[in-house]
Design a protein around this ligand. Structure first.
Ligand code: FAD
Length: 491
């Protein structure tokens, strides 16, 4: 096929792979765009050609789990090839500051550049080596989400190349439907080539606190207490401490001297624990006792908490090190060959009313003594999410403002004995957890993976009509995002 001036390259192994290492779908070719126009030329050509059945996937950093950025026999657009432009606007008094960023820029690069101006985005993911376009196609969540909303709630404008090949600048006031469709849109409507990201003043330091619990209800009650104090608290997450390994691996980046050596029970009668992690920003504007002030804030907060006696640890780290903490875990795992392994991850949004049942369902499906990886649990607030975007949340049947995200971030190392059958069994269990939690608790997958278009239809539920209508409008031939498996390509 002749793509005129476009230089399509032979496929590469990275274009057929991702962080999950579960699916390896090879594209026919790779495009390394130098501009939005290159992407527009490709999509204009494909949408104008009735002969072609070629599909196109944007690939950011390739940190998907289930081939979401892959395109079997199609074309993968390597977003990191776009010039890595970042332009800042520093607002005056009362004005918003923002950065205009190429879609293939990684959040770590935006952080490094913006800190030079004393600024930073407000909302993050735990790991920063992900692209702006990749996380905005999902939601982008972390411990700041309760306060500022997900990353998709912190975008002012996008430049998008639609499935028809049109280059459109959209925002809440211009082409709002495309803007909303693309945010959380799983790469289905257009390719984000530029995003305007809201910035705030960056703190210099962060007070980073961890507290341990031996009771799940007390743990979640304290998490909900923390997210009810957005004026004091800047970040809230939490995780399950299943075994010694999970205690040590989660402490790689946390530089406190943690003296927590609990009894994990026996294989037949395991005991598990929970850890809340919260943070308070420390703005050292003046030299007068500000450090003491943020220390006092932690004191005020922790006095209201009900963690295990003496099991609260606090350290002060730079803002950069705090945000980049997962990089240290990555380095540690790389050094022992446990980063580039299979990752059968499952992430779920769970309504508050179902979080205890979800915990029980989860515990019925894992063996605490042999689990490798991390299980994150933390609360989010519904009203920080814009329901006009494409993101799928549990229906708000009850009036609860709080919902939870649970991330089962599991590693499966073939060299450690988890080969094909073991991986398939883990995937089967995760599917069973997701299906049961969906039907019984109204939970929804985040970074979802579904085996068939009809399962996707169920995932979207009452939001399906709007999602598929948007597809018809912005990508009528269903060229984009084949790796998600939502819309089979149309002739
Ligand atoms: P890719 O995997 O390359 O692409 C993901 C999807 O987006 C694909 O469908 C792709 O086609 C589409 N896409 C990519 N770029 C564009 C674009 N420019 N325009 C339109 N569509 C595009 N997520 C969180 O929310 N919070 C976390 O804390 C978090 N932590 C993580 C930690 C690790 C170690 C890993 C591996 C993942 C984590 N994630 C987290 C998940 C991550 O946000 C998603 O997997 C995200 O899609 C990865 O971005 P990426 O650039 O690698 O995207």
């Amino acid at each position: 096929m002749d793509f005129g001036p476009l230089n399509l390259l032979p496929t590469t192994t990275s274009a057929a792979s991702d962080f999950g290492r579960i699916l390896f779908h090879s594209p026919a070719a790779v495009l390394k765009p130098q501009s939005s126009r290159d992407i527009s030329l490709l999509l204009s050509f494909l949408s104008g050609s009735s002969l072609s059945k070629v599909t196109v996937a944007a690939r950011g950093a390739g940190h998907s789990i289930h081939g979401q950025a892959q395109a079997l026999d199609g074309i993968v657009v390597e977003m990191c090839s776009l010039p890595a432009e970042i332009e800042f606007y520093k607002g005056g008094d009362g004005e918003i500051s923002y950065a205009d960023v190429s879609g293939g820029v990684m959040w770590i690069d935006l952080l490094e550049q913006s800190l030079k101006l004393g600024l930073a985005p407000r909302s993050w993911t735990d790991y920063l080596y992900l692209t702006v376009g990749g996380t905005l196609s999902n939601a982008g969540i972390s411990g700041q989400t309760f306060k500022h909303g997900p990353q998709i709630s912190n975008v002012l404008q996008l430049e998008v190349v639609t499935g028809r090949g049109e280059i459109v600048t959209c925002s809440p006031s211009k082409d709002a439907d495309l803007f909303n469709a693309v945010l959380g849109g799983l790469g289905q409507f257009g390719i984000i080539t530029r995003a305007r990201i809201m910035l705030q003043e960056a703190p210099q330091k962060v007070k980073w606190v961890r507290a341990f619990y031996d009771d799940f209800s007390t743990f979640t009650k304290d998490q909900e207490l923390l997210v009810s104090m957005p004026d004091l608290v800047d970040y809230v997450e939490g995780f399950i401490v299943l075994n010694e390994q999970s205690l040590h691996s989660s402490s790689v980046a946390f530089p406190a001297n943690v003296n927590f050596n609990p009894d994990f029970g026996t294989k037949n009668s395991p005991k598990i624990y929970y850890c809340i992690e919260f943070a308070v920003h420390d703005y050292q504007h003046t030299n007068t006792n500000v450090e003491q002030a943020s220390f006092q804030v932690v004191e005020v907060i922790s006095r209201q908490m009900s963690h295990m006696v003496s099991q609260l640890y606090s350290v002060e780290v730079s803002y950069f090190d705090f945000l980049n903490r997962v990089r240290m875990e990555e380095m540690s795992l790389r050094s022992i060959g446990l980063w580039e392994v299979q990752h059968p991850w499952l992430n779920m949004f769970v309504p508050k009313t179902g979080i205890n049942d979800f915990r029980d369902l989860l515990m019925g499906n894992i063996s605490p003594d042999s689990f490798e990886g991390l299980i994150l649990i933390y609360p989010l607030l519904r009203d920080k999410w814009d329901t006009n975007t494409s993101v799928v949340l549990p229906d708000s049947g009850s009036m609860d403002r709080v919902m939870y995200v649970v991330g089962i971030l599991r590693s499966a190392n073939p060299e450690g004995g988890c080969s094909h059958h073991c991986l398939q069994e883990l995937l089967r269990r995760h599917r069973s957890i997701a299906d049961t939690a969906g039907v019984r608790l109204g939970a929804k997958q985040y970074l979802a993976h579904h085996p068939t278009p009809s399962a996707w239809h169920r995932h979207f539920g009452r939001r399906w009509e709007r999602f598929s209508e948007r597809k018809t409008r912005f990508d009528p031939l269903r060229i984009l995002g084949p790796g998600q498996g939502i819309f089979p390509r149309r002739d």
